[in-house]
Design a protein around this ligand. Structure first.
Ligand code: CA
Ligand code: CA
Length: 80
């Protein structure tokens, strides 16, 4: 019984570790290079050169080419 509980805890920790927050650890203000309060593709790409435009578009919910802090928070909260 104790073993099952320990396993459940381990599993919960593993799931948390895979949350998008860990994939995108940067603070919004850190990525917002020109400090205008929104994130452009250039800024996103400069910070995460390995990520595709699709990732940026996924965060930009209304597709205006800019990611607001609110959009970013929603994006990193989503489990991937
Ligand atoms: Ca900016
Ligand atoms: Ca947007």
């Amino acid at each position: 019984m104790m073993r099952a509980i320990a396993l459940a805890c381990l599993l919960a920790a593993a799931v948390t570790a895979f949350a998008a927050t860990d994939r995108y650890p940067a603070d919004f203000s850190e990525m917002d290079l020109n400090n205008d309060g929104v994130l452009t593709w250039d800024e996103f790409h400069a910070y995460y050169p390995e990520l595709s435009r699709d990732a940026f578009d996924g965060a930009d919910q209304e597709n205006d080419g800019r990611v607001t802090p609110e959009e970013w928070q929603e994006f990193i909260k989503k489990p991937r």
